[in-house]
Ligand binder design. Structure first.
Ligand code: FES
Length: 554
């Protein structure tokens, strides 16, 4: 009676307690997370589907992480969302859960939570914005910002033009509509089998986004009735599919840390090197910004992810199970492609195989670093240059406009103390803009090395996720301005050309930075966060606890 009576205060009739599945709808709606601001409407469509299928839907909030507003970085809170959602899903009397996400970290955070609980789950991402339109051309979220920022610094654009352009870029509900991290992670959720085919690409304002949400409401009831859990769907084969799909779509490097973290919750053996070795025979098929030309709306009209997965054919594990309770191969067998300039054929790809994410190692990154080759300049993939070192992105920004800065196009910019412990939270600071004096000379790229991340909407020859990070005593902390650094992407190496005995001497006088916090979440995070090569989860959150609670206090 306690449980039922209090629920009756919402006006439910007694039939809802007749034993039908109770479906939680975890929504990351918030006005502070503009990419997710329409999710309360998406939730209404999910509820329709749940009712239709004979379930009892109950919507509840999960921490909304807005990439653009949260300080110092939304990544600092991905694990907090995962922890909060996990406990909410487990502690409430739910039989299954629908995960509503959108902005970058909300998708992996909710998948990590669902993986650790193990109840049947389905994801519905909120969809991308419509294409940005500025001065007669399409402009992409984030990607255009980086370009405009450089144009502003170089004097090619005025502040007034920038202010007008920003409204033109963001003109509808939805997450970034480039193949940035949000679009990538939505695609990863679909490639993993955790959301319905086409879910990743319907624009946020497209009526078919809402149809898909309603369908997801029906499907979650089916998954509960057949007890299909995330662990049955997100297998090693599913992760291999996701990694290959990420290469084919030219997806974000952030998928590396997120997929590693999700796999860690499930006990699926997945390693950093998988993101290199598994994609060497996968060409980039999708011509989307930041690597290419088009945007997610075009991708949708061209056939979306099913068209890509069909094209990949034998490169994927076709027998992997999905939330439809059909296999990947069954889902995409008849998926058409309507625009071969957006989704190119396997035999005539946008970029050849071997141009995806590369994992680098060497004395500067013993535990690995990554580079997105498709976003890099080919002439810089083999490069030797002198280091110009900054202990924070802010320190670099202070001098970036200095006309006397000792840098040229061969310089290697090192931006450090940006890792999970260092900043803290591993922000997207690696793709710092080039020094103004080089931009004015028309230089558009140079090698940058960082223990932080790069926005999925960004581009450039940027070595990311260096592990161990500087704040954890990685070799990056020992680099000095003037040292020579050799980047050799074909050989997969990143080398600091300094003798071992000199590095040992530098290490002897190195001291770790003071802790970023002495209490609260940031204290807990920096004490327990793992390095980028294993996904930046907290050490005590890896693995799963199932959905049984210890004792019922009532
Ligand atoms: Fe939310 Fe890009 S800022 S998806």
């Amino acid at each position: 009676m306690n449980h039922r009576s209090w629920m009756r205060s919402q006006g439910f009739t007694s039939e809802v307690f007749d034993g039908r599945p109770v479906i939680g709808i975890a929504t990351t709606w918030s006005e502070l997370a503009p990419c997710n601001v329409h999710l309360h409407r998406v939730a209404e469509s999910v509820k329709r589907g749940v009712w239709q299928a004979g379930g009892f839907p109950l919507e509840f909030p999960a921490m909304a992480l807005g990439e653009t507003l949260l300080r110092p970085t939304a990544m600092l809170y991905r694990n907090l969302l995962a922890m909060e959602a996990e406990e909410l899903i487990r502690a409430n009397p739910l039989d299954g859960v629908v995960l509503l996400s959108g902005c970058d970290k909300t998708t992996p955070g909710l998948l990590m939570a669902a993986a650790s609980v193990g109840l049947p789950a389905i994801m519905v991402t909120g969809g991308p914005k419509l294409n940005g339109k500025y001065q007669g051309t399409d402009v992409g979220s984030g990607t255009a910002v980086w370009r405009w920022e450089e144009d502003l610094l170089a004097g090619r654009m005025t502040q007034e033009e920038c202010a007008f352009a920003e409204g033109c870029m963001s003109r509808s509900d939805g997450h970034c509509m480039t193949m940035g991290t949000a679009s990538t992670m939505a695609s990863m959720a679909e490639a993993l089998g955790m959301q319905l085919p086409y879910s990743a690409s319907w624009p946020a304002v497209d009526s078919r986004r809402y149809e898909t949400a309603q369908r997801a409401g029906q499907v979650i009831v089916d998954l509960v009735e057949h007890d299909v859990t995330p662990a049955q769907i997100m297998t090693r084969e599913a992760f291999e599919n996701a990694i290959r799909v990420n290469a084919a779509i030219g997806g974000s490097t952030n998928a590396v840390v997120h997929l590693l973290a999700i796999a860690g919750r499930l006990g699926v053996p997945l390693e950093l090197d998988d993101f290199d070795t598994l994609v060497r025979d996968v060409p980039t098929l999708v011509n989307l910004q930041p690597s290419g030309k088009y945007l997610m709306e075009d991708f949708c009209y061209a056939g979306g992810l099913p068209a890509v997965m069909r094209e990949l054919g034998g490169l994927l594990h076709g027998g992997a199970l999905t939330v439809t309770r059909h296999t990947v191969a069954e889902n995409v067998r008849d998926a058409p492609c309507w625009n071969r300039d957006v989704i190119m054929p396997l035999g005539q790809p946008f970029q050849p195989a071997g141009t995806g994410t590369a994992v680098l190692r060497g004395n500067l990154a013993p535990d690995g670093a990554v580079i997105k080759q498709s976003a890099a300049s080919p002439h810089l993939l083999k490069h030797r240059g002198r280091a110009l070192v900054f202990d924070s992105p802010e320190a670099y920004h202070e001098v970036a406009a200095d006309p006397d800065l000792d840098a040229d196009e061969d310089t290697v910019l090192v931006i450090r103390y940006c890792g999970p412990k260092g900043y803290p939270g591993m922000p997207e600071t690696a793709n710092v803009p080039l020094p103004a004096k080089l931009l004015k000379r028309g230089v558009r790229d140079m090698v940058r090395i960082c223990d932080g991340r790069m926005s999925g909407t960004a581009y450039g020859t940027v070595v990311l996720h260096v592990a161990p990070e500087a704040a954890a005593g990685g070799a990056l902390a020992l680099v000095r301005t003037g040292d020579w650094i050799t980047l050799d992407v074909p050989a997969r190496t990143l080398t600091l050309d300094v003798p071992d005995d000199e590095l040992a001497a530098r290490r002897a006088v190195w001291a770790p930075p003071p802790p970023a916090a002495v209490r609260g979440w940031t204290w807990l995070y920096t004490r327990h966060v793992q390095q980028a090569d294993t996904g930046c989860d907290l050490d005590f959150l890896t693995g799963a606890s199932g959905h049984q609670v210890g004792r019922d206090s009532h």
